[in-house]
Ligand binder design. Structure first.
Ligand code: IPE
Ligand code: IPE
Ligand code: MG
Length: 243
């Protein structure tokens, strides 16, 4: 019998920041002879469950990779469908998220999102800005290289205006120019669907992250799968280059 990890998880040694590359929606749909968008829709149920679980377990920051800068290159109908699902998710869940104290933030070139989706997202961010619970960071139109490029542009402006001197640039100064400098680096990054790559997710911040890969497709990833990954994380020894 597969016994639940529910009772053996240690509530202390948890990742402070968990990042998730939610992959495999398309394959989940294909296996069932359904259109890809049905997979994305099913993926939303996993989002709901994982966000709830993270809040309950006491994880402080959850970054969900929902749409990459590269995903703009997908067929137009899929992109439009994803924007619609984003709108629906936010409109449907905002009351419950706000009620649970979730603070919504976003990382990425969000100004490129579909107009209505962007407006709804901004409303959700504003409405939940003072909440004290789980910080839900939605990576939307996000790319790690795009983030670094944007950071360098903004740092260059600070240099040009005389606010920063080039010889004062260090890792801390660079980090301060990322989308959310207040969010600590991810302790654990989960990727579903059997792919073993970062796909441009948090490339600067993941320098010392632990990685957890699972074959499970995102729409099948549930609380029990999350607990399994946390349990494995708790058994890892992080050395940060030391002995
Ligand atoms: C992840 O699922 C969701 C997004 C990238 C938006 P995919 O759509 O990449 O699913 P697969 O990888 O094709 O199965
Ligand atoms: C990464 O998944 C992006 C998201 C989960 C949003 P992709 O499916 O786009 O990544 P690749 O193309 O397999 O690397
Ligand atoms: Mg994929």
């Amino acid at each position: 019998m597969k016994h639940s990890t529910e009772n053996i998880i240690e509530l202390k040694n948890l990742p402070v920041h968990l990042g998730v590359i939610m992959d495999g929606n398309g394959r989940w749909a294909k296996k069932r002879g359904l259109p890809r968008l049905a997979g994305h829709r099913a993926g939303m149920r996993s989002v709901k469950q994982i966000v709830n679980s993270c809040g309950e377990i006491g994880i402080r920051y959850l970054t969900l990779y929902a749409f990459s800068v590269e995903n703009w290159l997908r067929p137009k109908a899929e992109v439009t469908g994803l924007m619609r699902i984003l709108r629906e998710y936010l409109l449907k869940e905002i009351d419950e998220l706000d009620g649970k104290g979730v603070k919504i933030v976003a990382s990425g070139r969000i100004e490129d999102l579909e107009k209505t989706a962007l407006k709804i997202l901004r409303d959700c961010i504003k409405r939940t800005q003072h909440n004290q619970g789980l910080v839900l960071n939605l990576a939307l139109s996000y790319g790690g290289r795009a983030e670094l490029t944007d950071a360098i542009k903004s740092l260059a402006q600070d240099i040009k205006s005389g606010h920063v001197s080039p010889d004062k640039i260090d890792e801390f100064v660079i980090s301060k120019h990322l989308y959310h400098p207040e969010i600590p680096d991810p302790d654990l990054i989960i990727r579903t669907s059997g792919e073993h790559r970062l796909s441009n997710f948090l490339i600067w911040q993941s320098a010392y992250s632990e990685f957890y890969f699972t074959e499970v497709l995102w729409p099948d990833f549930d609380r029990e799968e999350l607990l399994q990954s946390l349990l494995e994380f708790q058994g890892r020894e992080r050395r940060f280059g030391r002995v």
